[in-house]
Design a protein. Structure first.
Length: 351
């Protein structure tokens, strides 16, 4: 299929598609999945490994913000389009990062769904002293235009730390806007850790090599490493991977204390067939505002191939999610270790 015949499907992309602008040589920052983008012009700048891999599979250039912000040979774009994310704080970080990374005067377009908060960028830009004009609106989306300038705010200030109390344990966690559970301990993750530690029941042994899949801010990886497990922590989100690395370092659990690694992976994509004694996860089920069971389904259905015989998958999930059927298909059975009516902790063992 040629690039000329591919049409945008995402409403935000449909708004951009009808613009007269020439986007060759531009950066598409935090873009959604859309074939029109992936077969077009320009470079994707995304913290989402799945997005970057889709662009690269289409023969397109795609970089994480860490590579784009530090590499000297990526070139200066003619302009940038920022897709305003669900997390307003993350949108502000992207804006500050662009101001710090690209030359003053670089054209910037900001686009997003009205119900996603795109109209709030007017106040954000005004507070930063950046002018703005509205270019277009359609399909309940809006498109604004400005030019980048030096605003005197370091985007690294978005990295924050907080302490999580887990019984007698205290862990210091590093977090970033857009990372799951940003700035607080998620109730589901707390239930999972309480269950693993045996509070109110017999301890659930997790020894040997453990995979923390969807590591977020690193709370599970840090807790497991402190219990003596050899932890490999992965996440599709580059911010989450960096947050986990910082959390492990903050708790003196980096280096030799972590017999594994922390890396970007779209579920199991970066693990090269490795197997583990256990897999633990609080799997995501949202993509922005939409419910998306895809990653969690892949996590469950492909888990037996990444577990040694007798190895267990232990996950926590909202009680309404349809994971029992998936666990039954993948393992032939499972048990519920905990249920507080909001969340359930499931365990399934590879026979």
């Amino acid at each position: 299929m040629s690039a000329e015949t591919v049409r945008a499907e995402n409403p935000v992309c449909q708004l951009l598609e009808r613009q007269a602008a020439d986007y060759r040589g531009w950066w598409w920052v935090a873009p959604p999945r859309d074939a029109w983008l992936e077969t077009g012009q320009g470079t994707a700048i995304s913290a989402d490994l799945a997005v970057r891999e889709a662009w690269q599979a289409a023969g397109r250039s795609a970089l994480s913000p860490f590579a784009a912000g530090s590499a000297g040979d990526v070139g200066t774009p003619a302009g940038a389009v920022l897709f305003w994310p669900k997390s307003h704080a993350l949108g502000e970080w992207w804006l500050l990062w662009l101001c710090a990374t690209l030359p003053e005067g670089t054209p910037l377009q900001l686009v997003g769904e009205n119900q996603g908060g795109i109209r709030r960028v007017l106040k954000v830009l005004a507070a930063l002293g950046l002018g703005c004009r509205k270019l277009d609106s359609a399909r309940r989306c809006s498109l604004f235009e400005t030019r980048l300038g030096r605003v005197g705010i370091d985007p690294d200030a978005a990295w924050t730390t907080f302490d999580a109390e887990l019984g007698s344990e205290r862990l210091t966690l590093t977090s970033h806007p857009g990372v799951f559970g940003h700035g607080k301990l998620d109730d589901g993750t707390r239930l999972l850790i309480e269950t693993l530690s045996g509070e109110g029941s017999a301890p659930i042994g997790l020894a040997g090599d453990v995979l923390d899949l969807g590591c977020g801010d690193g709370i599970l990886a840090a807790w497991l490493a402190r219990q003596g497990a050899g932890v490999t922590a992965v996440d599709v989100n580059a911010f989450a991977v960096e947050a986990t690395r910082r959390s492990l370092a903050a708790n003196q659990l980096a280096g030799e204390a972590l017999s594994g690694e922390t890396l970007e992976s779209d579920v199991y994509s970066a693990l090269d067939g490795r197997v583990f004694d256990a897999i633990v996860s609080n799997p995501p089920f949202h993509q922005e505002r939409a419910i998306d069971y895809g990653p969690a389904a892949r996590l469950i259905l492909d888990a037996p191939a990444h577990l040694r015989p007798g190895g267990a998958l232990v996950i926590v999930a909202n009680a309404f999610l349809p994971y029992p059927d998936l666990l039954e298909r993948a393992f032939g059975g499972f048990e519920i270790l905990a249920d507080d009516r909001r969340f359930r902790v499931y365990r399934a063992v590879r026979r």
